[in-house]
Every structure is written in C-alpha cells, then in structure tokens.
Design a protein. Sequence first.
Length: 367
Amino acid sequence: MAQISIKNVSKIYKGGVKAVDDVNLGIENKEFMVLVGPSGCGKSTTLRMVAGLEEISEGSIWIGDRLVNDVPAKDRDIAMVFQNYALYPHMTVYENMSFGLKLRKYPKAEIEKRVNEAAEILGIKKMLARRPKQLSGGERQRVALGRAIVRKPMVFLFDEPLSNLDAKLRVQMRTEIHKLRLRLQTTFIYVTHDQTEALTLGDRICVMKDGKVQQCADPMTIYDKPANKFVSSFIGSPPISFMNGRIIKKERKYFFDEGKFKVKLVEEMYKSIAPYEGKDIVFGIRAEDVYDKLFVSESSPDNTVRAACEVVEPLGSEVYLYLNSGKHTFTARVGAHNRPGVNRDMDVVFDMSKVHFFDPKTEERIS
C-alpha cells in the first residue's frame, strides 16, 4: 500500500527562512494528488522532502507504514520526473531508461522486458536507439516518464513536468499522463503552478501559499467552495472578479451595495450573511456567472447591473468581456457570437446563486 502521510512537516533554511510551514497531508493509495500554487509557495520543496532530496527540518513523512525521514532517496521506492527531463545526453533512449535498473543489478532479460513494456505504453519504441538531442521536447518527456515507469515504484513524483512544453503539447501530455495513471494504478504526487493541469489531473488538489496549505479537496469543491480569497483567485480562468462593498438590509431582504449598483442576495445566503449587515465585505463572481441581458430570457432588476464594455476578447468558442461598473472592473465569459460594442454601456445579469463573499479582514469565504 502506497499511502503517504505528511505530518507537521516544515522546511527551514539558514537565516530562518521557512519554505514549508507545518504541512499536514494524507495521500491515499492509488490517489492522484496535485500540489498547486504560485512560485515560491513550497510545493516543490514539499515534493523533494517526500523524495528524500531535501532534509526535513520538522515533522515526519511516512510511505506506507514506514517512517522515511532518514531513509535515503534510493531506498524509498519512489520515482521522480523532473521539469528539465534530466536525461544523459551521451546515452540512447534505451540506455537512459535502463540505467537505474542496471545500477540495481537487474537481470538483462528483465531490463529488456521492462524497457520494451514502458516504450510500448508511451509510443517511443521506434526511438530506443536515438539520443536525447535527436528528440523533440515531448519525446524527451516521454523518455523521462519511461525511465520512471520501468522502476515500477510505489509512488510517482512529478515536479512541473510539462512546463517546458508548448501549449498544444501540454494538452496532449496531460492526456497521456491521465492514461498512464489509469494503467499503472499507483500513487501520484504532481506539482504544478498551472491551475488547468491541477483541475484536469487531480483526484484532489492541495493549494499552497507561503509554505502553508490553504485548502485540500477535490477539484469541484476547490472551484465551487474555495476556502478563502486566495484559493478562489488562483483556481479558475479567467480569475474571479472581486468587488468591495457593504451588506444592506431592506424590507427583510439582503443586498450587496457596491456603490454604483445594488444586487439582491438569494435567500439561502441570508443566515450566513446576516452578521455582516451594515459592514464592509468582499464580493466575488466568476466570469461564467455574468451574462449579457440580451441573451437572458428572464432577469430581474435585482440582479441586473449597468456596466461599460471596455474590451472584447474573442477566443474562438467563447468571448471574454472586460467590464467597468464605474467603481470596479469585472469579467464576463459569453458565447462566441456575443460581441457587444467596445466603450458602450450594456446591461449584464449576475447569477446570484453562484457568487462568493469573503471577510475583508481574514479573507475567509463566508459559506
């Protein structure tokens, strides 16, 4: 069983710099866990501590029922795929993939069997005699994956493996990694700064910031119920739009007053929002929850907002509208044929059942 338990783990460098701060994380057997966050958030350092490439300053890491704090990387039964592929340029693809097995004194027949199996899975069997310089970026990444596969480890660790690839190839390789995961049926920890990779690959996503875990949950929970303002802004494209305002009550109904417009909250929110009556609050709405009123069959003045369309950004299957209320800017994601005039006022409708509210001091989401 390749369960991983990270308990109260911290990494402190000289000078007291805390790269990872009291991380607690349990990863189930055969789970695909994604660590995601901006550069410097501690995700790669956490991965490297699991791999045994960084010493743990505080806490403990368990792989299965074994404490691995002092176990060398080579004895942890893990395989790691790096961002820069880390292939030996003077070796062929076959030699790169088989090198680790040769060091471990595997029989020649077993090495050949494992390399050929991995090459077949990854579609690189015809490239076994080539050297890395003769391969494209995507092909080199497949070789790096193959070198990890032949080990048949308990745990696969990926450190931003697709960041050096172009956009089209990243999409293709995401699909390949997903297929690989289903075929190998083992535990994966995957580090990325790309929220699209996180949402498409992970069984669960661990969002990190400043060395701390902000939220760990399945992708849809992270997206629909972010724990705080940071998580809501980091996950989702285009990013969620924030507006500052106040909660007011009128005739037993609650409204968000932005200054230039007011919108009515849905009744399900009344209980949790009541303590904020008359107080400042942060309002968040995603682009797909803002509609052009011309394309809405039923709307109400209570959730309709007048705004100036400053930029229209067509993206083929959809269009992004960048809008200005006169006090705040926000984004709408609309259909491909919906292209209002630039620098003109338009009415947009908010889906008030999908909005988020955040405490302005703690930045925690008000559920």
